[in-house]
Design a protein around this ligand. Structure first.
Ligand code: GLN
Length: 190
C-alpha cells in the first residue's frame, strides 16, 4: 500500500509520520508524475487558497481530478476545502466531492477547539470516542449527491463526509496519537 501526501504547503510531515507508523509506504507529491503508482492521496491541512494556487502553478489540478476518479483521496481541513465543489469563495478547488464548505466557520485561530466525536465507522473495533482537533476549521455545510455524512458534532454540524473513496474531515487526525482514521483511509484505498 503506497499513499502519497500532497506536499505543497501545510502539515504533510505529520501525515507521513502517521502513515509510516501504521506500515504504509509513503511519497511526497509535488508534481503530476509523483501520483503514479499510488493507491491513495492525502491532502493536508494548511491554507486552502495557498494549496490551490500552488496546485495550479505546478500543473496538478487536472492530474488530481483524474486521480480522484479511481483512487482514494482524503482531505483534512484545508485539504477538505480543496476537495470540495463549493467553498463559497473564489479559489481553485478540485471539485471532486459534492459538499459545500464554509471556511473558518468556527471563528479565528484563537477559537480553535477539541471535541470528542462519535464516529460509528471508526468505533467498531475500539469504541473509544474519537478525539478531534479543529484549527480554524471549515464546516461541511451540506452533503449532496452521493456524498454522505460520516461525523457530526453533538449539535448536528457536519465535520466529516464520505463519497465513495473520497473522504473529507474538518479536523486533524494527524495531530493526535489515534491512528484509527489513517487505518480507515488505508482500507478505503485498497
Ligand atoms: N483556515 C484554513 C483554510 O481556510 C484551514 C485551516 C487548517 O487547515 N487547519 O484554508
Amino acid at each position: 500500500m503506497k499513499i502519497g501526501v500532497l506536499a505543497l504547503q501545510g502539515d504533510f510531515a505529520e501525515h507521513i509520520a502517521m502513515l509510516r507508523r501504521i506500515g504504509a509506504e509513503t511519497a511526497e507529491v509535488r508534481l503530476p508524475q509523483h501520483l503514479e503508482g499510488l493507491n491513495g492521496l492525502i491532502i493536508p491541512g494548511g491554507e486552502s487558497t495557498t494549496i490551490g494556487k500552488m496546485a495550479v502553478a505546478y500543473g496538478l489540478i487536472d492530474a488530481l481530478r483524474q486521480f480522484g476518479q479511481t483512487q482514494a483521496i482524503w482531505g483534512t481541513c484545508a485539504g477538505a476545502i480543496f476537495l470540495s465543489k463549493d467553498a463559497q469563495r473564489q479559489q481553485p478547488l478540485l471539485g471532486l466531492m459534492d459538499i459545500t464548505v464554509e471556511r473558518n466557520a468556527f471563528g479565528r485561530q484563537v477559537d480553535s477547539f477539541e471535541a470528542d466525536l462519535h464516529i460509528p465507522a471508526l468505533q467498531q473495533a475500539d469504541p473509544t470516542p474519537y478525539h478531534a482537533i479543529f484549527i480554524r476549521a471549515p464546516l461541511i455545510e451540506s452533503v449532496n449527491g452521493s456524498a454522505q455524512i460520516l461525523a457530526q458534532l453533538t449539535d448536528g454540524r457536519i465535520v466529516a463526509a464520505l463519497q465513495g473513496k473520497l473522504l473529507a474531515t474538518s479536523f486533524h487526525p494527524e495531530l493526535t496519537a489515534d491512528d484509527r482514521f489513517h487505518r480507515y483511509f488505508l482500507r478505503l484505498a485498497q
